[in-house]
Ligand binder design. Structure first.
Ligand code: FSO
Ligand code: SF4
Length: 546
């Protein structure tokens, strides 16, 4: 195996024996093979599309396949083997359709022609088509940057799709980008252009998801979220999928079982449509990486709707109570699939919950969030006045991810050290590093404004664009906003590319720069966009405030 797609890549270069995330080399390899098969399918589907052929099964397969390979999403080899078999069939189907539409294929890339059925043949092939099979390190770096952005993009597209909102051009881009990685004639500039196009598509995906979420569940509003517990048994729901959240709330109503959000699902508490459920108690615990301890004390079953799974410890007492759905999976966890009508039945989880003890309290009190674009716009006059009067000197976008690396204490220390006339804008699980500090408010505006999930970074961009308009500036970079972003997995990659495509410069990224950036590609990002890493809290504070 060789994997360097996330911030925890071993030794800052790549995992080669076993993932720091817990992914085995077998699973890492089979994920590479699924990527390879999706590239082969895209060789045909991009041409088929030009000839007017759109295949919904292909669109769906590629969206979910990309999502399944995101860090921490799916550790279940059986699922990948099945997906590869299905993918090979779909590849033949789309090839036949394209040919029927008059497309002629020659000089096909090997990903479009390789085939096998036996799992040991999959394993053998997987070992030779991985990331390192692209020899030139800059081409490899650009291809992988594109693929990782694409994975995050696909996740957002899938959440919107689950709420009934889709855009054909988003599927077309996924396949175009996959196909592009099979084309050895593309120059570095061509690949950079595709990476930027990926960022622009990321903006579309986040905007689409925002529309899907707010149309279905209303606009997030200022909310005090309970972080304590009730005396009834509960189900803990993790991940990002709000449709699953809704289904679980509906199905648990009147059963005597309460519902709590975990990690990236916390922002579900901010939506009006979910607040009406009395058995929706609040949020339990912290960011994803603390789950081994926090699931022990939760006492009830856990439902993963997306990525952010940490393999349970061998002596864990909760592992037989964990369920996955959607693109997520883990060997030994039960998986809930939708039926042919798209309905998910969570009744087994509810029955398990009924037999469990209520959660053990690990914290109490409340945290405040719900500052997505609509809510912030309602406070716009107050915010603009505070900026004009100097009460707010600067905003710090500290969105992104949390993680277990020690160096991430930096973000807690940085947030605590920020002067009183600054406001943090956040989204994603990075917030858990400082959302329980008492940072106070500025004339009633909390000093930490949480917009929501990582995809709600879109809200932060909308807010920035609105401020640019109000202050009649020509350039988004003239705003008093600094970007000190933490990253972990591929959703943060698409958020970063989306910000770059909106023209945002001088973003600082930590706790370490991505291992998949070759020195030359890193230089392009530094020279073109002013991307930087992080230093010490003191040094960075001086740098940002000057
Ligand atoms: Fe994972 Fe966090 Fe939302 Fe990231 S919980 S790490 S950018 O925020 O993606 O899924
Ligand atoms: Fe390593 Fe991250 Fe890849 Fe997991 S996802 S194998 S931790 S680089």
């Amino acid at each position: 195996m060789f994997c360097y797609q996330c911030q925890e890549a071993a030794k800052g270069t790549g995992c080669t024996v076993k993932g720091v995330c817990g992914k085995t080399d077998e699973v890492a390899n089979i994920q590479d093979l699924l990527m390879y098969v999706m590239k082969g399918i895209s060789v045909f589907s991009t041409k088929a599309r030009e000839a007017g052929v759109e295949n919904d099964k292909v669109n769906n397969f590629i969206m979910t396949g990309l999502f399944m390979t995101i860090t921490n999403a799916n550790f279940d080899k059986v699922k990948f083997v099945a997906a590869i078999r299905e993918g090979l069939k779909l590849r033949e189907e789309i090839k036949t359709q394209a040919e029927a539409a008059g497309v002629k294929f020659d000089n096909l890339h090997h990903s479009a022609t390789w085939t096998a059925d036996a799992e040991h043949d999959f394993d053998a092939k997987a070992r030779v088509i991985g990331v390192l099979s692209t020899e030139n390190e800059d081409v490899r770096s650009l291809r992988e940057l594109l693929m990782y952005g694409l994975k995050g993009f696909a996740a957002y597209v899938e959440h919107a799709y689950n709420l009934g909102l889709e855009k054909a051009e988003m599927y077309a881009f996924m396949q175009k980008a996959l196909q592009a990685t099979t084309n050895d004639t593309l120059s570095a500039d061509d690949l950079v252009a595709l990476v930027m196009e990926c960022g622009a598509n990321g903006v579309t995906a986040m905007a689409t998801l925002d529309e899907a979420n707010t149309t279905a569940y209303g606009n997030p509003e200022i909310t005090e979220v309970n972080i304590g517990v009730s005396n009834k048994p509960g189900i803990l729901i993790s991940g990002h999928d709000l449709k699953d959240m809704e289904d679980l709330l509906k199905q648990t109503e009147g059963t005597g079982v309460d519902v709590y959000t975990h990690s990236e699902m916390l922002p579900a508490n901010y939506y009006p449509a979910f607040k009406k459920y009395e058995h929706f108690v609040g949020n339990y615990g912290n960011a994803w990486w603390k789950q081994n301890e926090e699931f022990e004390t939760f006492n009830g079953p856990i439902l993963f709707t997306t990525n952010c799974i940490v393999p349970p410890k061998a002596n864990s007492t909760y592992q037989d109570k964990v369920y996955t759905t959607g693109a997520s999976g883990f060997p030994g966890f039960k998986h809930v699939d939708a039926d042919e009508n798209g309905k998910k039945d969570f009744s087994e989880i509810i029955e398990v919950a009924k037999k469990c003890a209520a959660p053990t309290e690990i914290e109490n009190g409340t945290i405040v969030g719900g500052f997505a674009h609509n809510q912030v716009m309602q406070l716009a006059d107050k915010v603009v006045d505070a900026v004009k009067s100097g009460a707010i000197r600067k905003f710090f976008v500290m969105a992104g991810c949390d993680g277990r690396m020690k160096g991430r204490d930096y973000y807690t220390e940085f947030a605590a050290a920020l002067p009183q006339d600054t406001v943090i804008l956040t989204a994603g699980c990075a917030k858990y590093r400082y959302n329980k500090l008492e940072l106070g408010d500025i004339g009633g505006i909390p000093r930490v404004l949480d917009a929501g999930q990582c995809n709600d970074s879109y809200s932060l961009a909308v807010i920035a664009l609105k401020l640019k308009e109000v202050f009649e500036l020509n350039d988004i970079n003239e705003l008093p906003i600094a970007y000190n972003i933490a990253w972990y997995e591929q959703k943060a990659v698409i958020v970063l590319l989306a910000l770059l495509s909106l023209g945002v410069k001088n973003i600082h990224l930590g706790p370490t720069l991505p291992a998949f950036l070759s020195p030359n590609v890193a230089k392009v990002l530094i020279d073109t966009f002013g991307i930087g890493g992080i230093g010490t809290v003191d040094e960075d504070m001086k740098m940002f405030l000057n």
